[in-house]
Design a protein around this ligand. Structure first.
Ligand code: 6R9
Length: 635
């Protein structure tokens, strides 16, 4: 029996048991049978969470693009690998076959080589959702360069921080991008960022919006002419299993983003295997993940997971609201999408528009509906299930993280009975644990605690770029011999997991992880601001929105406050991006603090959530009187 494609619940339990009793044997079988290796491994797994050090398939040699492209050419050369759906529905869709993808990736790889990019070099990719983005990623992988994709909605400051952190020498971008009816001047943002990135020698620019941009001589080059001149074949660089594949930044609880490092073989095996099972993907299916490739969801389930399975993956450039809120359903109908993967924030925004916009379209191709990025609330779950899925397409609520590489807790559709707001059962090979605050594991069912993972899986990130100590401190120091996720969860009476949200200072707004620290840093740059604290509060569409408590250096007149609010949000927009703007700003005379000077976010969170019945013991605060004031003037 092949364990590659699970088809019923009994089989899930069997395979699950096998995968946790003997993980090495289990993953070795998957790796042997379903991938192309230039040399097999010497050892399947070695690990030590105390160091921490994790290695999968050590000694193996491979190139991930041979697995994602070359090997399919013989059996699926003319099959569509990528369906590119442009922002403007009037513009023609592109169908890129595996054969064409091979050609384009090889040409791009040769362009990178000509620019002096070598194995191990870091390349920053700041490109909107156009085919060049996928091609650029795979071209890096082809030659063994480490890609660092930065979401093309981030500001110049956020971009330069990431470029410098991983010391990228080359940046790939576009003249601009389309976002609904708007265009964004990407090249302008790159130019501004590069003023503080002395290490960048070359910028390759894809043409998308035909805007008049400045090209800096000897640094900036239009991509297309170089691609046209490049040779259409490029031998893959033969890589070690544990060589880094990419860096992807995620927010943390300090101002500095964490560059999570994923390595080649384990990430490939894990994303491919989870993709196949969690979506029950079959050969002629069309799969669509609506995420941006700038996030891990896009890396794993637009690019690597689907392509490793020879799948057809839709890549959508636009937004759900353009030209109207029926766009997603229009695309599902047009390309007969079978598996659809999106975020609760999008579901809530679409649900708000009513059912008519969905009912206009033929969605009968849909077989599986996925959700990812944040907890899906009950109302959104039912709307997704009833209105979109017509009660026939199971919803898979998939819990995972940038750090985990692929899905960790998720139903397998048609296999695991679903339950609203529950991510249900651990995926094959995943060993979750719930811990109490004193470090004891909570055994049995009907318990709630902090979500940890006890044993490595192939997709786990191996380190934080340039800061292994921080990797250890963040994930392996809270509980001994455990990977700590930062999330809370409960396990119900049948062993199903429900994620209850972050227990640290990361707030998830519209599915994007935002650390509070960098936002506070930006606010505090305003000359009038003394101090600030950001918390999340429930928001109908975004899931969570941001509430800022700000103390000013001088008590201003209240008519000044509106201007200040605008200036502060502008500052956040410039430093981080519009996604991090505050929905509510309350000016206060002080922030509640512990005696050691730590801001008591717990109290501020409760006030923002309008849940002040139980604020806990505030008598230990340095300034308990301020709590009263904040409560009275809460927004
Ligand atoms: C894939 C991704 C990770 C954090 C994670 C958790 C939240 C993601 C979720 C979910 C509840 C789900 N999260 N999926 N919470 N249910 N199905 O989103 O990665 O951007 O790193 O975010 O997102 O809090 O810890 P990333």
């Amino acid at each position: 029996m092949s364990n590659y494609h699970i088809k019923h619940l009994e089989e899930y339990y069997q395979v699950y048991r096998k995968s946790v009793r003997n993980p090495e044997v289990f993953w070795e079988e998957i790796a042997e049978e379903h991938f192309l290796w230039r040399k097999k491994w010497d050892k399947v797994l070695s690990w030590d969470f105390a160091k921490p050090e994790i290695k999968w398939f050590e000694g193996a040699k491979l190139n991930i693009t041979e697995n994602c492209i070359d090997r399919h050419i013989y059996t699926r050369g003319d099959k569509t690998a990528i369906i590119f759906e442009p922002n403007n529905p009037e513009e023609a869709t592109q169908h890129i076959s595996y054969r064409e993808l091979h050609d384009r990736v090889c040409r791009f790889a040769n362009v990178l080589k000509d620019q002096g990019v070598k194995k191990g070099d870091r390349v920053c990719i700041y490109v909107p959702m156009i085919p060049e983005l996928t091609v650029a990623i795979l071209a890096c992988a082809r030659i063994g360069a480490i890609h660092s994709v930065v979401f093309a909605g981030f500001s110049s400051k956020a971009l330069s921080t990431r470029i410098n952190d991983s010391d990228c020498k080359l940046v790939i971008t576009a003249d601009g991008s389309y976002r609904g009816a708007k265009t964004i001047d990407l090249k302008g943002i790159v130019d501004e960022a590069l003023e503080s990135c002395p290490g960048v020698k070359t910028v390759l620019v894809a043409k998308r919006i035909n805007s008049a941009i400045e090209m800096k001589p000897n640094r900036d080059y239009w991509l297309q002419p170089l691609l046209d001149d490049a040779y259409h074949d490029c031998d893959p660089e033969i890589m070690d299993a544990e060589d880094p594949l990419f860096i992807l930044y995620t927010s943390g609880s300090t101002g500095k983003p964490k560059g999570m490092v994923h390595t080649i073989a384990g990430y490939m095996v894990y994303t491919a295997y989870t993709f196949k099972n969690a979506f029950q993907y079959r050969e002629h299916d069309v799969f669509w993940c609506t995420a941006d490739i700038g996030w891990i969801t896009g890396h794993s389930y637009i690019v690597y997971g689907p392509l490793a399975n020879g799948a057809t993956s839709v890549m959508f450039e636009g937004v759900p609201s353009y030209p109207d809120f029926g766009r997603f359903w229009d695309i599902v109908q047009k390309h007969k999408v079978n598996q659809f993967y999106t975020a609760p924030t999008a579901i809530r925004a679409l649900a708000k528009q009513g059912a008519e916009l969905v009912e206009k379209y033929d969605l009968s191709s849909l077989k599986v509906l996925g959700s990812v990025g944040e907890p899906i609330n009950e109302e959104a779950w039912h709307w997704y299930n009833d209105v979109v899925g017509k009660n026939k397409s199971p919803i898979i609520d998939t819990w995972w993280q940038t750090e985990t590489g692929g899905m960790m807790i998720t139903p397998i559709p048609f296999v695991t009975p679903t339950k609203p707001t529950f991510a249900t059962l651990p995926f094959i090979g995943v060993q979750p644990a719930l811990m109490d605050e004193t470090g004891n594991e909570l055994k049995g069912n009907q318990v709630e605690g902090r979500l940890c993972i006890k044993f490595p899986w192939p997709g786990i990130a191996r380190t934080i770029w340039g800061n292994h100590q921080r990797y250890k401190d963040t994930y392996f120091s809270t509980f001994e011999n455990m990977y700590f996720t930062g999330d809370g969860a409960l396990r119900d009476e049948v062993g199903y997991y429900r994620i209850t949200g972050r227990v640290d200072d990361v707030i998830i707004v519209s599915g994007h992880n935002l650390g509070t620290a960098p936002i506070e840093d930006a606010i505090n740059e305003h000359p009038a601001v003394a101090e600030s604290a950001i918390v999340g509060f429930p928001h109908e569409v975004k899931g969570s929105a941001l509430y800022g408590y700000i103390t000013l250096k001088e008590v201003g007149e209240s008519r000044m406050h509106d201007n200040l609010r605008k200036e502060i949000n502008q500052l956040i927009s410039d430093r981080i991006g519009p996604i991090a703007k505050l929905d509510k700003i309350q000016f206060t005379s002080a922030l509640p603090k512990t005696r050691s000077g730590k801001i008591m976010r717990r109290i501020l969170r409760k006030i923002a959530e309008r849940d002040t019945s139980n604020l806990g013991d505030i008598s230990t605060l340095l300034n308990p009187e301020v709590v009263q004031e904040i409560q009275e003037r809460a927004l």
